[in-house]
Design a protein around this ligand. Structure first.
Ligand SMILES: Nc1nc2c(c(=O)[nH]1)N[C@H]1C(S)=C(S)[C@@H](COP(=O)(O)O)O[C@H]1N2
Ligand SMILES: [Mo]
Length: 225
């Protein structure tokens, strides 16, 4: 993912990204942060997590500027009805609110985040996935990808969110629009979402091919695998 300029020189952006990615790949290889414990979902704080009050920013070193005028959300792949939604079309869908906790694999958890957006189920109902579409791949404006099973996406607490604590989601946190899957580690919640692809065969994403767990349940401590 390193970026080189025309002279072939690796730019600062490329170096920052590579270092961060190397460090996280190393954590996966060494099994760092693993407590070896699991916990019941009723336990609010998953094993090995600690509570933070601020909201850390984690990305690949690129924060794409996505204007509302240029914004597009495509829903395609193994579906009956493909969609390509403009920002206005997205906002015209039924809007809902939610409050949930988020859990990052780098060990921080943050309680009681207040969101506004569109339920994943609203989108799924519109596109009508084929019977063999068992997986979903999220594609983001920064080139990031991540994958979940369709049944993990098709949950009542999964949303595409554009507001946090009553304000538009800041660009560094994935605005204008990001995925929110609260019951999985936060790397599954793609920021700057561009496209949701429904697929029959699973296709591991950016961190999943770099040693991170395909399933990512924080209460089972599925950090690496
Ligand atoms: N598009 C995109 N989405 C992404 C990432 C990314 O680099 N690019 N990082 C993931 C990771 S590893 C985490 S922990 C969360 C971080 O979200 P935050 O920066 O809002 O805390 O976003 C996830 N979604
Ligand atoms: Mo992360």
């Amino acid at each position: 993912m390193a970026e080189a300029d025309e002279a072939g020189k690796v730019t600062m952006l490329g170096r920052i990204k590579e270092k961060l990615i190397e460090r996280k790949v190393g954590w996966a290889r060494d099994g760092r942060l693993l407590t070896g414990k699991t916990a019941a979902p009723e336990q609010r704080l998953p094993p090995g997590q600690r509570l933070v009050r601020d909201w850390p920013v984690l990305d690949l070193g690129v924060q794409p500027e996505v204007t509302l005028a240029a914004f597009r959300l495509d829903l395609d792949g193994a579906v009956e009805q493909m969609e390509s939604l403009s920002w206005d079309a997205f906002l015209a869908l039924p809007q809902v609110e939610s409050i949930c906790d988020i859990h990052c694999v780098t060990q921080w958890s943050r309680y009681d985040n207040h969101w506004q957006g569109v339920a994943a189920r609203t989108l799924i109902e519109r596109v009508r996935p084929h019977a063999d579409a068992e997986h979903v791949v999220f594609h983001s404006y920064d080139g990031y990808t991540t994958n979940v099973r369709l049944d993990q996406f098709d949950q009542p607490d999964v949303f595409l969110v554009h507001r946090w604590e009553g304000k538009p989601i800041p660009s560094e946190h994935g605005g204008p629009l990001r995925v929110l899957i609260p019951r999985l580690y936060f790397w599954k919640s793609a920021k700057w979402i561009r496209r949701i692809e429904f697929v029959a065969r699973d296709r591991p994403g950016f961190w999943e091919v770099r040693g991170y767990h395909n399933n990512a349940d924080p209460w089972l401590e599925e950090r690496y695998g």
